[in-house]
Design a binder for this molecule. Structure first.
Ligand code: RP5
Length: 171
C-alpha cells in the first residue's frame, strides 16, 4: 500500500523534528506492513491548539491508531488520549539530560480513565509502536494478520542464523 494514495490509518506525531530520527523507525515498520500512515510534528507545549485539533479530528479523518513520540516532559500522547477514543501509543524519547526516564514516566503514568499504551524508550519503542498498531488493525484476521505471523517467524529465523554463526565461530 502506498501511503500517498491511500487514506492514512495510523497517525505518527512527534513533539519536534529532532524526534524524527527515532520516529522514522515507526514509519519504516508501518511501510513494511503496508499500512497507510501520516507523519506530523505537533508540539503539545509549543502549539497546544494544533494538538487538540489533530486529536479531535483524527477519527473523522479515518485514523484508527495514533502513535505519539516525545521527549522531556512528554505530554503529547496524554493530551491526544484526552481528546480521542482512538487507541494512543506513546513512544518516550531520550532527548533530554535525563536520557528518556522523564519521557518514560510522563508517558506511562496516565491517570485512570485516559490510557496511553507506552512503549520502550527510543528506536525499539518506535518500531514496536508500529508493530503494535499492526496488531490492533489485524484483530479480525486478513492479509495483515498473515504478514504479522510471517514477521514473528522471521524474528526466530534471525536468531537461529545468529546462533549458527556463533557456534561455527567458536568450534
Ligand atoms: C520535546 O522536547 C520534543 O518531543 C523533543 O523530544 C524535545 C526537544 O525538542 P527540541 O528542542 O529539539 O525541538 O517536546
Amino acid at each position: 500500500m502506498n501511503r500517498k494514495v491511500k487514506r492514512p490509518l495510523v497517525g505518527i506525531v512527534m513533539g519536534s523534528d529532532s524526534d524524527l530520527p527515532i520516529m522514522e523507525e515507526a514509519a519504516k515498520a508501518l511501510h513494511h506492513f503496508g499500512i497507510p500512515h501520516e507523519i506530523r510534528v505537533i508540539s503539545c507545549h509549543r502549539a497546544p491548539a494544533q494538538v487538540i485539533e489533530y486529536a479531535r479530528t483524527a477519527e473523522a479523518r479515518g485514523l484508527k491508531v495514533i502513535i505519539a513520540g516525545a521527549g522531556g516532559a512528554a505530554h503529547l500522547a496524554g493530551i491526544i488520549a484526552a481528546e480521542t477514543t482512538l487507541p494512543v501509543i506513546g513512544v518516550p524519547i531520550e532527548s533530554s539530560p535525563l536520557h528518556g526516564i522523564d519521557a518514560l514516566l510522563s508517558t506511562a503514568q496516565m491517570p485512570g480513565g485516559v490510557p496511553v499504551a507506552t512503549m520502550a524508550v527510543g528506536k525499539a519503542g518506535a518500531k514496536n509502536s508500529a508493530i503494535f498498531s499492526a496488531e490492533i488493525l489485524s484483530i479480525y484476521g486478513g492479509e495483515l494478520n498473515k504478514k504479522l505471523k510471517k514477521f514473528k517467524e522471521s524474528l526466530e529465523q534471525e536468531v537461529v542464523a545468529k546462533d549458527r554463526a556463533v557456534v561455527e565461530r567458536f568450534k
